[in-house]
Design a protein. Structure first.
Length: 649
């Protein structure tokens, strides 16, 4: 696990500045606190910061082949590297290290850019071919490891995090309006561009080549849903157990201490259960909770820990956790408005005090149908049989008779969401169902100033998602939703949170449920075995009966969470008002103060649950102040920390 960066000139004769490569790699020191390395040779320069996990003694990077014509830096882990190494040894290759990184070099020598198809793991890498004067960047299938790039008239730059690109003074910070528009819709950006204009993300399951300034991107994998209608429940259970067990076991390969994030959910519980089978010593487990009723999963997580006799540690998060927001957003390189990012920060910090690697349960919901919206999608067809007038007028009027509740899943909120979705075109229900600021005029157009409305005129945040949803090879609507989740929402939302927050603590997080072979198998399981009789994650629950306490299997879905609606009506009410009523986004003529004030007022008066929207604006405001406040980002971040401290004093 590392941070990587580099530059290649567009023409031969360009000379890379070694000091720039050093500054870029220094900005990624948190990702790799154990070692650093650089390779600069005229038009090419690589930098790397290393978190030592495998081959602690000889795994220094950058590294090359025998004659120095192929160089590489890798971020991540290749789980099948030992099998690939044996193949390459039989072909006559010579290894100087025991690392997984060197395997890619020799595999490339034999197979060129096609070598990426044989790699199993989580990775992003950069490889320089001196003979062809070609740079190759590669990223894993489900986007677990990040890779950003930008280009100017003389060279091409790449890095694991955006902040490293801005070490080059030629790269300017400029807001990308379309990406901001998308962020407010989804809390993530489904397009390839980032919030900074000119900064792009290498898409998952892709590789990029640069040759004499010409950039080309190719996809090497796509998830296909070819349901095996003859598959029985018994066959699905046996194969799921086999593939998941293999995914967990392969992710336990490590030369340093390892543990697991543990919530009260099935996914992390299954990971801990399987880890316990493969470990000769107690598994290290880490849990986070909240004192608010309905949000504290520590007692249930403790039941799982007790069942498997783990070495268990836990922590309770309080509202003052917002003090870490400037640091958190700085390391996230963006306004990541996911409330569970706060507890994840603390559980990652806790875990790093004891281990260097953790396994997580992320990804199980997307392959085994764990979200309520999957059930709602199946029920909408029947619900639409109700008269249109009833759904458009009378049900909303009835719901408005009740004040909003702070509970995350009150029947009023569920019915309101469900009724709203029933009024939408069927293909739009998925993107609208995961949106936070609606696509309709009553929200975004009220938030935007007239000037900013003109800058995003004609842009539709749904376009990128709808093009994926329309995949004509996927017939079942449930599979369409899970496909979009896995190919868009997981890489750009879930994985961003896990990667940045774990790496800001120098902690490696591995996701067995995002093993691409497990995801591929799950795509063949009949939908009726994933979502059966209105039961989410039916098949995984049947499998869990073999491993987990019965009371855990019956629990409603929870996961790491925080009571943001209650916080913003209580301890964080004054904080949010002070921050957003002095908004730099308003001063720079992007957002409308009147609408922001109405969001705050309606939420405080319990007329609406606006917690997620307010939280999105808080995160966006902090990110914007760090990056566009006429100060260096590091200085702006520290000033914000002092400001937050004064508000809570």
């Amino acid at each position: 696990m590392c941070g990587i960066c580099g530059e290649v000139g567009n023409r031969y004769g360009y000379t890379v500045d070694a000091d720039l490569i050093k500054r870029m790699s220094d900005s990624l020191a948190h990702r790799g606190p154990d070692d650093e390395g650089h390779y600069v040779n005229q038009m090419i320069g690589f930098g790397q910061r290393r978190l030592s996990i495998i081959d602690l003694q000889t795994g220094h990077q950058p590294l090359s082949n025998e004659d120095g014509t192929v160089w590489i830096v890798l971020n991540g882990e290749i789980y099948n590297y030992q099998a690939l190494r044996e193949q390459l040894l039989r072909r006559g290759h010579t290894f100087t290290t025991s690392s997984d990184t060197e395997v890619i070099v020799h595999l490339y020598e034999d197979e060129g850019v096609e070598c990426i198809k044989q790699l199993k793991g989580m990775f992003s890498f950069a490889l320089w071919d001196e003979k062809k004067r070609r740079l190759m960047l590669g990223r894993d299938r489900l986007g677990k490891k990040p890779l950003f790039y930008t280009q100017h008239e003389k060279s091409f730059l790449f890095a694991s995090e955006i902040k490293a690109l801005f070490c080059d003074n030629r790269i300017r910070r400029e807001l990308n309006p379309s990406a901001l528009h998308d962020f407010l819709s989804f809390k993530f950006i489904p397009q390839q561009e980032d919030l900074f204009k000119g900064i792009c993300k290498l898409p998952p399951a892709s590789y990029l080549t640069v040759n004499e300034g010409k950039v080309r991107i190719e996809s090497y994998w796509n998830l296909t849903y070819k349901t095996d209608t003859s598959m029985s429940e018994e066959e699905a259970l046996a194969k799921s157990e086999e593939v998941l067990s293999r995914a967990v076991k392969s992710r336990m390969i490590s030369d340093v201490p390892i543990g697991a994030f543990l919530s009260s959910g099935l996914d992390s519980g299954m990971v801990v259960a399987l880890m316990s089978q493969f470990s000769s010593s107690p598994v290290n487990s880490f849990s986070i909770g909240d004192q608010t009723e309905g949000f504290n999963e520590l007692p249930d997580a403790r039941k799982i820990a007790d069942a498997f006799k783990t070495d268990h540690r836990e922590l309770v998060v309080h509202p003052e956790a917002i003090k870490i927001l400037p640091d958190l957003i700085y390391h996230l390189d963006g306004p990541f408005a996911d409330v569970p990012a706060l507890p994840m920060y603390y559980v990652a910090k806790l875990a790093r005090e004891h281990v260097t690697v953790v396994l997580t349960g992320d990804g199980g919901d997307e392959s085994f149908a764990g979200y309520d919206r999957y059930i709602a999608n199946q029920m909408l067809t029947k619900y639409r049989c109700l008269p249109h007038t009833l759904r458009k007028k009378f049900i909303p009027a009835f719901l408005n008779l009740f004040e909003e509740k702070t509970a995350r899943k009150s029947w009023r909120q569920t019915l309101r969401w469900f009724n709203t979705m029933s009024m939408m075109p069927e293909n739009e229900c998925y993107p609208r169902g995961i949106s936070f600021f609606s696509f309709e005029n009553e929200q975004k157009d009220q938030l935007y100033t007239h000037d900013f409305q003109q800058r995003v005129k004609g842009m539709n945040s749904m376009d990128g998602i709808l093009s994926r949803y329309a995949d004509d090879q996927i017939m079942d609507s449930l599979n369409k939703m899970m496909f979009c989740d896995l190919m868009i929402r997981v890489p750009e939302y879930s994985n961003v949170k896990v990667d940045r927050i774990s790496m800001m603590h120098g902690l490696e997080a591995r996701n067995p449920f995002l093993d691409h072979e497990l995801v591929e198998f799950a795509a063949t399981i009949p939908a009726k075995l994933k979502l059966k009789n209105g039961k989410r994650k039916y098949l995984l629950k049947q499998l869990a009966k073999k491993y987990l306490p019965a009371e855990i299997i019956k629990l409603p879905k929870q996961g790491f969470g925080s009571p943001i609606n209650e916080w913003l009506r209580g301890e964080l009410k004054d904080f949010s008002r002070d921050l957003l009523q002095n908004s730099l986004l308003v001063k720079d003529n992007l957002f409308n103060q009147k609408y922001i004030n109405s969001l705050l007022a309606d939420h405080a008066a319990k007329r609406m649950n606006n917690g997620n929207r307010i939280w999105s604006l808080i995160n966006l405001e902090i990110w914007y102040r760090i990056n566009f406040s006429q100060q260096q980002p590091e200085v702006a971040k520290e000033n914000l920390k002092d400001y937050f401290q004064s508000l809570s004093a």
